[in-house]
Write a protein that binds this ligand. Structure first.
Ligand SMILES: Nc1ncnc2c1ncn2[C@@H]1O[C@H](COP(=O)(O)OP(=O)(O)OP(=O)(O)O)[C@@H](O)[C@H]1O
Ligand SMILES: [Mg+2]
Length: 369
């Protein structure tokens, strides 16, 4: 097992700058997920850790040793990619054991190791099959098995589940979580799926345009996002946002906006609020005239166990409300209102930085990142 650290790591492809000055420390045994939109640099950063590409500047350390110039094969890492890239002509057993063959390990020792790993991944009944005779989930297990036999110090996963259907993703996600709990090996896992990040990670690293926006536990990122980007990225459906103005009146500040929005700001730090955000689960849909934000109910989505109401606020914003039960479809197209508690409101400056809350939620921490 090993820790990983990156100090001032940057990467350019020609004149195209892709990773900017990344500093990150990952503890021995930690499960860290890199998440962010397509093209933000997740795979590039993971490949820099693996040694598959080199950083343009900065230092990479594994287990405290500087490995910046050490080749991938000597870093003690194993990689699982989105495409399984199994050897099609080899059996499952040989696919899993191949890395050990190339190391010149004795045949009996390989067979034993392959059995052990295959049992762990529940593919021990498939050892004599070829990859084309396997389902997607089984192939992905074999790909993980291939990484596992090498007993790496660090596992690196790049979107390993994105080719699988929803059920299988869920199942494999649990398998990977269990694998981590059993092995306690350091794992770095790349995904663009925030729910995968939330469910797997000890800590999540949110990347955007090659920069780290925030690092924290799933709960920290959800409850204490440092900026609008993280607030909008973590949570599904995402946080609702509304452009607002701050007005001073008789010593107090008021946040005002479309739909008759008015929130007293009691903990001002002097920076004007540019936008507010409220999560769909913190809103209640109430009859017109009885809430704090006027809207028009435009659409209801019925997912069986929950419902989403899409409400137009002002001219251009559609807000999503999570509801336990569906409102009557007669309400569609009619005025309605949204109710919420002050402590559910996130405030953002024009530059996206998160500002102090209007009112602190009972029992929440004050510290902002
Ligand atoms: N070999 C390369 N040469 C030039 N540009 C590259 C190369 N590899 C990646 N890039 C660019 O670097 C940026 C980051 O790419 P990267 O693959 O790390 O993104 P990602 O976050 O993994 O995205 P995705 O979620 O789509 O996989 C992109 O703009 C991409 O076009
Ligand atoms: Mg990628």
């Amino acid at each position: 097992m090993a820790s990983v650290s990156m100090e001032s790591v940057s990467k350019n492809f020609g004149t195209h700058s892709v990773i900017h000055d990344v500093d990150l420390k990952i503890d021995d045994g930690e499960f860290v997920v890199f998440v962010g939109p397509s093209g933000c640099g997740k795979s590039t950063l993971l490949r820099i850790v693996a040694g598959l590409i080199s950083a343009s500047s900065g230092t990479v350390k594994i287990g405290g040793d500087d490995v910046t110039d050490v080749p991938a094969s000597k870093r003690g890492v194993a990689f699982v990619f989105q495409s399984y890239a199994l050897y099609p002509h080899m059996t499952v057993a040989r696919n899993i054991g191949f890395a050990l063959e190339t190391m010149g390990i004795r045949r009996e020792a390989i067979a034993q190791k392959v059995q052990q790993v295959a049992r762990m991944l529940k593919v021990d009944h498939l050892l004599s099959r070829r990859p084309r005779e396997l389902s997607g989930g089984q192939r992905q297990r074999v790909a993980i098995g291939r990484a596992l036999v090498r007993q790496p110090e660090i596992f690196l996963f790049d979107e390993p589940l994105s080719n699988l259907d929803a059920d299988l993703r869920m199942e494999m996600r649990m398998e990977i979580a269990k694998l981590h709990a059993d092995l306690k090996t350091t794992m770095i896992y790349v995904t663009h799926d925030q729910s995968e990040a939330m469910t797997l990670a000890d800590r999540i690293v949110v990347l955007n345009h090659g920069r780290i926006e925030q690092v924290g536990t799933p709960s920290e990122l959800y409850r204490q996002p440092g900026n609008r980007f993280v607030a909008g990225f973590i949570g599904s459906p995402r946080m609702n946002f509304l452009a607002v103005e701050t007005r001073a009146s008789s010593g107090a500040e008021q946040i005002v906006g479309p739909g008759g929005l008015a929130i007293a700001r009691q903990q001002s730090d002097g920076v004007p609020v540019g936008e507010i955000g409220i999560r769909p689960e913190a809103l209640r849909l109430v009859p017109s005239g009885t809430g704090r934000l006027d809207c028009v109910l435009e659409r209801i989505e019925d997912l069986g166990h929950e419902h989403f109401a899409y409400c137009r606020v002002g001219d251009s914003s559609i807000w999503v409300v999570r509801l336990p039960a569906a409102p009557s479809s007669d309400a569609i197209g009619k005025p309605a209102a949204l109710a919420f508690d002050d402590h559910a409101v996130f405030l953002f400056a024009a530059d996206g930085r998160r500002l102090l809350p209007a009112i602190e939620a009972p029992g929440t921490m004050r510290a902002l990142p």
